[in-house]
Design a protein around this ligand. Structure first.
Ligand code: COI
Length: 383
């Protein structure tokens, strides 16, 4: 039985604590080939005003290639642009692919920082292991980010809550149709300036709990950040949207009873006794960096956080009885988003509260933007 306050680090959290060399040192691992025709001032100004997730990209991208026998090589910062890829590239056929989501933040003094990059690097390698892909040195992973952000520093926006969203990705680029682990992989990192992920800002979202589709099963790839998990969530997400809901939440595949996660976000429940509950890491959900940071922040405030199985039927009863006061979703892109309505085939319930959710949002974004103390050394200076 846990008291909800003692924090035992997971393997990813421990790997995320690793001390990193300075950004200027790891950035040197990537040779910069500057864009001959970067975005016009108008295109840049429009992107920085709209801050629309994934609508515009910075001038460059990081790239590296792994080939069997040679390992990682050709580490470069190159102009952002289309790739040349064989139609037989294994990723197009068998989906051997992983990615990460990270952000670069501009502080008031103009400096640029990122959040727990060693955690993302460790998760990238954990996903790579599960998907039978090569490991990437932490210094290369962070070096790609540092070099790209240094080169494209003007794309890091200023307003509170905005950032340059970074998307590291690795895929099987070998042109071969046999079903086996590829002998060539490409690593890229691209960047898009973003504001709030949901158009309505921090207003509560509505969630449909799917009982007819599952995101992941025991022994599957649910804990890996791989594209197929997200592709599989699209149809239930569309069905939920047609029924008027913003997002879909999945249940466990074995018993179809316990909350897992949203298509791309972890989920938390705030109880009237002041405690907070989130689904345990059973191997079928993603170990979110935001999830981990929130657990830590809440416990250090004295709020007990329990990582356990959450039975949907019990949750619905507790909401009806007023024993659940808030729910929220979290992820790197969306940060923290209140859930105002939870529905499934048997119920449709309002969840009115947002106080804890908003305080968590403000503290986390405050740390990321350099406006709140960072006792955990989560921030890593890039420029
Ligand atoms: C992120 O939160 O960074 C993700 O990768 C999730 C994606 C659905 C946007």
């Amino acid at each position: 039985m846990t008291d909800g306050l003692t924090h035992n680090m997971t393997a990813l959290e421990a790997a995320g604590e690793r001390a990193l060399p300075a950004a200027e040192d790891v950035a040197k691992r990537f040779k910069v080939l500057p864009h001959p025709a970067p975005a016009s001032d108008e295109a840049w100004a429009k992107a920085m005003e709209e801050l629309d997730f994934g609508a515009a990209y910075s001038d460059h991208m990081a790239r590296a290639v792994w080939t069997k026998g040679e390992g990682w090589h050709s580490k470069q910062i190159v102009p952002f642009g289309p790739l040349t890829l064989s139609p037989a590239a294994a990723v197009l056929h068998y989906g051997q692919e992983i990615f990460e989501g990270m952000k670069a933040y501009r502080h008031d003094d103009g400096s640029i920082w990122t959040f727990r990059p060693a955690y993302n690097a460790a998760r990238f390698n954990a996903s790579a292991k599960r998907m039978c892909m090569p490991q990437l040195e932490v210094e290369d992973f962070v070096g790609a980010i540092a070099a790209l952000v240094k080169e494209d520093a003007k794309w890091v926006p200023t307003p509170f809550g905005s950032s340059l969203y970074l998307r590291p990705v690795m895929f099987a680029s070998e042109a071969f149709l046999g079903v086996h682990a590829a002998s060539e992989y490409t690593f890229l990192t691209i960047a898009t300036p973003v504001g709030l992920y949901f158009k309505d800002g921090l207003s509560p979202v509505s969630i449909w709990v799917a009982d007819d589709y599952h995101r992941a099963g025991p022994g599957g790839t649910g804990a890996a950040k791989t594209g197929g998990n997200y592709a599989g969530a699209l149809l239930p997400q569309e069905k939920a949207a047609e029924a008027g809901f913003d997002q879909v939440c999945f249940l466990d595949a074995r018993e179809n009873q316990y909350l897992e996660e949203l298509g791309g976000m972890n989920v938390f429940v705030v109880r009237s006794d002041g405690s907070v509950v989130t689904p345990a890491l059973t191997g079928t959900i993603l170990e979110g960096s935001t999830r981990s940071a929130i657990i830590r922040l809440l416990r250090d405030r004295g709020t007990p956080v329990f990582e356990e199985r959450i039975r949907l039927a019990d949750l619905a009863d507790d909401i009806k009885r007023g024993e659940v006061t808030e729910m929220f979703a979290c992820g790197t892109a969306a940060v923290v988003t209140p859930i105002g309505r939870l529905a499934s085939t048997d119920f449709d319930l309002e969840i009115p509260g947002t106080a804890v959710t908003l305080s968590v949002y403000n503290q986390l974004v405050g740390i990321q933007n350099g406006e709140e103390p960072d006792p955990y050394n989560w921030l890593y200076r890039i420029a």
